[in-house]
Design a protein around this ligand. Sequence first.
Ligand code: NAI
Ligand code: MG
Length: 481
Amino acid sequence: MAAQAQTIFINGAWSAAASGASIDVRNPSDGEVFTAIARGAKDEVERAVQAARRALAGAWGSMAGFERGRILARLSQLILDNEEDLAQLEARDTGKPISQARTDIKATARYFEFYAGACDKILGDVLPFLDGFQVTVQREARGVVGLIIPWNYPASMFGRTLGPALATGNTAILKPAEDASMSCIRLTQLAAQAGLPAGVLNLVTGLGEEAGAALSNHPDVDFLSFTGSPEVGTLIQTAAAKNHVPCVLELGGKSPQIVFDDADAELAARTIVGVITQNAGQTCSAGSRVLIQRSIYDRFSALLAEKMAAIRVGAPAADLQCGPVINATQADKVKGFIDRARKDGIKVLAQGGMDASVVKTGYFVPPTLFGPVPTTHELAQDEVFGPVLAAIPFEDEAEAIAIANGTEYGLVAGLWTENGARQMRVAKKLRVGQVFINNYGAGGGIELPFGGVKRSGHGREKGLEALKEYTVAKTIVLRHG
Ligand code: NAI
Ligand code: MG
């Protein structure tokens, strides 16, 4: 079965890789291989790009917006109809607790619902110009788009990228992560069932350095969307530069949670620990640094420690607060951060506990709170992508802002204070793409434009803002005299 995995979808047909090669798929909860995916590469990407190009010239290219909208709405409904199956698949493939997987699948349906409604509302402008002229600016599809997504939220990333891509009339080649392709395969089946014409969505499973590199370097791809590591983001942007095409990059962060002395401590502590342990900390917008005003540092870090100690780690079916991380490499990476911080003499304030469902062969790491962490330490600067939280004290507003902005990243920030003037003053000074005040929605909010600055990337996905990325403006100047 392994060599025959038919997980590549091109021009409406499923196939194995031409090479016959496949990739084993492991369950992060026990490390066991449970299926395989096709190892698509250059040949498959070539065929997929050609199919997408043809589909653009076909019925899809001239379809009315409301008709595209109906297809996306049907897909949204099909996702809801299949929610439990999709959630079980996602949980087995990624290790996430089943409740989290269900939330993700609901979000996936919401993406298609949201963008279904946008299909017939891609508006242009009429511009004032000289007498005797009529100027319109219309938004056109970019054409063939390449979507390369990561393994942390595979289903919802499928919706986040494909929703706006299809709403605006593009055709797509989606390359899921080799570590978590299963829900994307199932979602692609549902998209075909919803009536998406052949070639509009093509799915190429495979390795990043093979299928991903072939897709990002392909000269006939008009736009790239990438979410993943900054290192690969650089490769994507270099490829985009060579081909003179735009790209959106979402490259993670070191997002601060800033807690002032007047904060609702209970709400803040509960939310902050919930967010860093959600999805085992593998969330690009996870708040992985907690900046605490010194006057409440001892009290608040003790409250955080209490909440962290109460976190239970287990297999998806146990449905606890935290599951395993995605693979052995990621587990080693996270444990490396924990070990080095200990060696550097940074105090462990609390660790979560392992449930009986945890087996040795699974990729489990203990959720850990460290503090105080010096601002120059790697725990305060680098993305761990695991359930590790660094507590950092600050004196006043100015220092909080300086520390918050003092990393190479700039994705999201959380602000915890009841002082209204301070809320807006600080929010305006943070160099990030989103600020949450007295709440924190890591990864959440289909409606909310999302993306970073600095090493966190550029461009915006989600919300109506994404529609701008997936379209290009054309200015038409008519002289009617
Ligand atoms: P990665 O950046 O290698 O993988 C993300 C996606 O890019 C996958 O689909 C992968 O197949 C693809 N890819 C890999 N190499 C490529 C290449 N040369 N050309 C085109 N596509 C390529 O991330 P990886 O290695 O799985 O994780 C490493 C670290 O990256 C994590 O520890 C974490 O810190 C960060 N990361 C951040 C994510 C985010 O949401 N911002 C998501 C995943 C990882
Ligand atoms: Mg990689």
